[in-house]
Design a binder for this molecule. Structure first.
Ligand code: PAF
Length: 287
């Protein structure tokens, strides 16, 4: 496995791979890797000749400076985990390498960014688009892998790829969960023991609501999740929306969309967690 810190070194290695007609997959990460990232890396390794993992805490996507300051940086343990899982090249650039000049590009995602995370994290998706586009230009991958926990991020990245006319496939990969159902996230480590126990109730209520969905109206399912989250003193709900999985616009009835997904953001203590559950896909309710 190669560890490279500059775009020039990265391009040099990848040009060698391309001259051998090798396919290239990219897993963009901000490091502090866990089993969720490993699942993306394994899929990338299985589907491509070359697996590039970027490990970079991107400052432009943090609207909260405290969140950026608290973000863990563990290059040594990340590199060891990536090597063990078959990664070919790890790209660990500095902030100066990725942003030699301030990035003044402004992306517009219309209705996709006006819902869910959008109003709570102004500028976040613009920052994601800035760094992901820079990574796509640097790596020129055939495929790029993203986790479905960040459901809105995938829709934004797909839209950005279409806007920029890039030729790569965006591969979305299922959420990986802890044994008690909590979606894996680097933020979970910031939870106290009591908060960690309570945090598992997010997926519990989502799964219970999915069990209800085929026999209840959408409004009742929505109310079930909101009411249960609101009864727990450690939780503070930012939003819970049932949306169309493509347009991300809220749906009022199951018949209104062939692909209905419930997306939640909730503080557990001071830690903001997101998760989602698919209720309906390809026109069929999920059992
Ligand atoms: O999902 C993440 O970890 C980040 O938003 C990403 C895609 C690596 C961009 O910094």
């Amino acid at each position: 496995m190669y560890i490279v810190n500059t775009i020039a070194e990265l391009k040099e290695k990848l040009n060698e791979c391309r001259s051998r007609h090798e396919s290239i997959g990219l897993v963009p990460t901000m490091g502090d890797l866990h089993a969720g990232h490993v699942s993306l890396v394994k899929r990338c390794v299985a589907e491509n000749d070359v697996c590039v993992v970027s490990d970079f805490v991107n400052p432009t996507q943090f609207n909260d400076k405290n969140d950026l300051a608290a973000y863990p940086h563990k290059p040594e343990s990340d590199a060891a985990l990536l090597e063990k899982n078959g990664c070919t090249i790890v790209f660990m650039p500095s902030v100066e390498e990725m942003y030699p000049e301030p990035d003044t590009r402004e992306f517009h995602f219309g209705a996709l960014e006006q819902v869910m995370e959008g109003p709570y994290r102004p500028g976040h998706f613009n920052g994601v688009a800035q760094i992901v586009s820079k990574l796509f230009y640097a790596v020129e991958p055939d495929r790029a892998y993203f986790g479905e926990k960040d459901f809105q991020q995938i829709a934004i990245v797909r839209n950005m790829v279409a806007q920029l006319g890039l030729k790569l496939q965006i591969v979305s990969c299922p959420i990986i969960r802890e044994a008690d159902g909590l979606a894996m996230s680097s933020r979970n480590a910031r939870l106290s023991a009591e908060e960690r126990k309570t945090a598992a109730h997010i997926s519990k209520y989502l799964f219970e609501s999915r069990d209800m969905a085929s026999s209840c109206p959408l409004s009742a399912v929505r109310e079930y999740v909101i009411d249960h989250i609101n009864t727990e003193p450690l939780f503070r709900l930012d939003y819970y929306d049932i949306v169309d999985g493509i347009s991300l616009q809220p749906v009022q009835n199951w018949e209104d969309s062939p692909y209905a997904v419930g997306c939640i953001a909730v503080y557990c203590g001071n830690v903001r967690l997101i998760d989602n559950v698919v209720y309906k896909i390809d026109g069929k309710m999920v059992k």
